[in-house]
Each structure stands twice: as C-alpha cells, then as structure tokens.
Design a protein. Structure first.
Length: 124
C-alpha cells in the first residue's frame, strides 16, 4: 500500500523520495498505512511567486501519534533524517528481527547454520 500524501507531492515524487521513504518503512518493519506525508513549499517562495527548490515534508506517524517536519530539496536528504529518527524510536519500536542469517536461511531452508561451510558463515 502506498503512503498517503497531500500538498505539493510532485516535488518529492519526481526525484523518487516518496519511494525511498516507503522503502525505508518496509526495511524497518513499519506499516505504510501508519504514515501520512504533507509537502509544502516555504511560505516565502509562495509569497514571492517564484519556484523554490526546497520544500517542507511533514511526516505524521499515526500509530505513534507524532509528527515531524524535514527539509527536502536538492541539498537535503529528508529520508535519511527520517531514518535516523526511526532508529532512535521517535516513531515507535522497530519490528525488524530478521538477521542476515535468517535471510540466508530463507534461500536454503533445508540447510541448518551448522551445515554451512566456514566461508558461508558470518563472522562472530
């Protein structure tokens, strides 16, 4: 399911940031339907009637009951700032419990970890 977005969403969709945001949610085990985005150009840009490269992205975490604004644009990586906040628990507990070994075992379920050669094992 796609994250709902309001405002001037084209600004970030054109450069793939909405897709990056949705990928970050999936990587961290967060449900897309628990988030809403709102995108707006700075007030000064609107009042001066010119196009601005920067914009504000407000992320609303419905499950955690909070919101935070990030600066988007060519010189800003608001998705990376969002991921930092996620890892610090701002949007609630993370639900990822999968390890690299769990991912590997998904491809070879018939082999146990002890059956792997030493070159296949991850360093301890």
């Amino acid at each position: 399911m796609s994250v709902r977005c309001s405002g001037d969403c084209r600004s970030m969709e054109q450069v793939g940031e909405k897709q990056d945001f949705e990928s970050a949610l999936t990587r961290h085990g967060l449900r897309h339907e628990d988030f809403v985005l709102s995108v707006h150009r700075p007030v000064a840009a609107v009042n001066d009637n010119h196009w601005a490269h920067d914009y504000a992205v407000t992320v609303v975490g419905l499950a955690a009951g909070n919101r935070r604004s990030y600066v988007g644009g060519p010189r800003h990586d608001w998705v990376a700032r969002f991921v930092e906040d996620v890892t610090h628990g701002l949007y609630g507990p993370l639900h990822t419990t999968e390890t690299a070994d769990d991912w590997f075992d998904g491809f070879y379920p018939q082999r146990s970890r002890s059956d792997r050669s030493s070159s296949e094992r991850s360093p301890d």
